[in-house]
Design a protein around this ligand. Structure first.
Ligand code: MN
Length: 386
């Protein structure tokens, strides 16, 4: 029986993680649940999974939960989140955005298995997360479907993910292309929030759904792949695959390509991450081969979807540039969700923010928080001027 701390339990990945645990109560015990403000959802989760500890980011939400469940420990705030990591075997980081960084670092520094759905922490905190990753017994198992695919394709080919195998020619990340695939720049000027929130193949939360529509999600995933597998940016490529069945591929130097396929269902990569290095019986994502008629691939449109290029540039720059990219994107996406800017403004705002990048080195944890803060300040200043 493995004890699991599920941080971000009321979001899309959190809910699907509980689906996996529910189907495997003999293997996994939910020891900690953490959420932000969603009292209604977490009430039901507590009643069903009976965790020892519940953490609410919001103090008022914490009080409501405390009053109802007197037999469990209810805590609030960032420190509680960090402390909660120690007592579990597996930490599922399903927090949304940069706010997930302290959990990622604490989990790795304590030598835990980190099932990572929060890509932003790895992207923004790159050099610092890499140091934490050197901790004995610490391990990141990616939950992101593309990186889970790469992890599976690479299994057995690498002794350590810190030393990329000489036998890899390229990593090929697949992208669905999002709801606006094939639209021209002119057509993209008119797209609405509702249209951006309609993802053709994946059912996800609002932040990542908007990121998918701009291809920033794929850009962030390029950086994530670089950080996870140590492969240079020049050997990480993106190919659009509208069916979302091939989740990513590795081409080896003998030209052989290994791919991982399944129907798009996040419960499969979650199952993989929780059970690694073993495989567990599960039907999520199972392909009905009678229904698949075609698997298509095409090149991404770097001109209409400028976020992808911006991500490669920030990744190549390294240090705290990815933290700036991520912060600028979080501000831009939030502004778009609040109807403050248009969809086409998202890459423009991010590019303007990155023009102000101060070149700060990522030497200690605080450098990342400072970079994030600085980039957000710059982003808001630019928005005010417009
Ligand atoms: Mn993904």
């Amino acid at each position: 029986m493995k004890d699991v701390a599920l941080l971000g339990s009321t979001g899309s990945i959190g809910i699907q993680t509980l689906d996996v645990v529910r189907a495997n109560t003999d293997k996994f015990n939910i020891k900690v649940l953490a959420a932000g403000t969603s009292v209604e959802i977490i009430r039901n989760q507590i009643a069903e999974f009976r965790p020892e500890t519940v953490i609410m980011a919001d103090n008022d939400a914490g009080r409501l939960i405390k009053d109802q469940f007197t037999e469990i420990t209810v805590l609030s705030g960032q420190d509680a989140l960090k402390e909660s990591v120690g007592s579990s075997d597996i930490i599922v980081n399903a927090i949304v955005g940069f706010a997930g960084l302290p959990v990622t670092l604490t989990a790795l520094n304590e030598g835990k298995i980190l099932a990572l759905a929060n890509k932003e922490s790895l992207i923004a905190g790159g050099p610092i997360v890499q140091k934490a990753r050197m901790t004995k017994s610490a391990m990141i198992i990616p939950v992101d479907s593309e990186h889970s695919a790469l992890h599976q394709c690479l299994h057995g080919y690498q002794s350590t993910f810190n030393e990329p195998s000489q036998s890899i020619r390229q990593l090929i990340l697949t992208a669905s292309g999002g709801p606006f695939r094939g639209l021209t720049l002119q057509e993209l000027e008119k797209v609405t929030l509702d249209e951006a929130l309609m993802h053709p193949t994946w059912n996800m939360g609002p932040k990542i759904t908007i990121d998918s529509s701009t291809l920033m999600n794929k850009g962030l995933e390029v950086i994530e792949a670089h950080e996870l597998f140590g492969v240079p940016y020049s050997e990480i490529n993106v190919v659009v695959h509208p069916q979302s069945i091939v989740h990513s591929m590795v081409e080896f130097i003998d030209s052989s390509v290994i791919a991982q396929l399944s129907m798009p269902d996040m419960r499969l990569p979650i199952t993989y991450a929780l059970n690694y290095p073993n495989r567990n019986d599960s039907q999520w994502g199972s392909i009905n081969w009678h229904q698949i008629t075609k698997l298509e691939f095409e090149q991404p449109d770097f001109e209409s979807f400028a976020c992808l290029k911006l991500a490669y540039q920030a990744g190549e720059t390294g240090q705290t540039a990815p933290a700036w990219l991520n912060a600028a994107n979080e501000v831009a996406v939030e502004a778009f969700l609040q109807h403050q800017i248009m969809w086409v403004d998202i890459p423009h705002l991010i590019a303007d923010v990155l023009d102000n990048y101060d070149g700060r080195q990522a030497i200690e944890e605080n450098d990342i928080y400072e970079a994030d803060k600085q980039a957000r300040l710059v982003a808001r200043k630019i928005m005010e001027r417009k």
